[in-house]
Ligand binder design. Structure first.
Ligand code: PRP
Ligand code: MN
Ligand code: MG
Length: 178
């Protein structure tokens, strides 16, 4: 168990609870995409840990793609300006896309991603987010597969960062100093 964080971070959702929910989502996705060519889009960097655990919980021959976007630029507030920092490696036309996120907060990142991906003419686009923070939503995003709904606290861990740190915590934590 990691301990470097203890002065700054409290546990919100334990490692066990996160892993149990990931397995449930994986089973649900397996049922829903049976017989389809599924492409998981891991939105870097935040969803990396979740996407990789989720991929292992899905019992289908899927493709994994990585798409890098950034809007927070290291702080605790979204700038609203979303940029693609790394694009996917293959054409998305005709593919069943499942966009994997760690959190949907204002919704601005996902709105941008949906618009961008739909322009590439995929067969379908659905959303899977481990966390949703509805209190801060600036645009409505329908989440097809949702892990947990959380209150308006700044969270870190399991991919979520504060100034690029704390992504490697195995649980969802609350940053104690904001
Ligand atoms: C975070 C998070 C989501 C997005 C959610 O990413 O991982 O991608 O912000 O916020 P929103 O709903 O308000 O747009 P960030 O921009 O911090 O980049 P990172 O994933 O590399 O940490
Ligand atoms: Mn992110
Ligand atoms: Mg971030």
């Amino acid at each position: 168990m990691t301990t470097f964080h203890e002065k700054d971070v409290g546990v919100l959702i334990s490692e066990e609870a996160v892993q149990a929910r990931v397995k449930e989502l994986g089973a649900q996705i397996t049922r829903d995409y049976e017989g389809k060519e599924l492409t998981l889009i891991c939105v870097l960097k935040g969803s990396a840990f979740f996407a990789i655990d989720l991929a292992r919980a899905i019992d289908l021959p899927l493709t994994l793609e990585f798409l890098g976007v950034s809007s927070y630029h290291g702080g605790t507030e979204s700038t609203g300006e979303v940029r693609i920092t790394t694009d996917v490696s293959k054409p998305m036309a005709g593919k069943h896309l499942l966009v994997i996120e760690d959190i949907i907060d204002t919704g601005l990142t996902m709105s941008f991603l949906l618009e961008n991906l739909r322009a590439r003419h995929p067969a379908s686009v659905k959303i899977c987010s481990l966390l949703e923070k509805p209190a801060r939503a600036k645009t409505k995003v329908e989440i097809d597969y949702k892990g947990f709904v959380i209150e308006d606290k700044f969270v870190v861990g399991y991919g979520l960062d504060y100034g690029e740190k704390y992504r490697n915590l195995p649980f969802i934590g609350i940053w104690k100093h904001v």
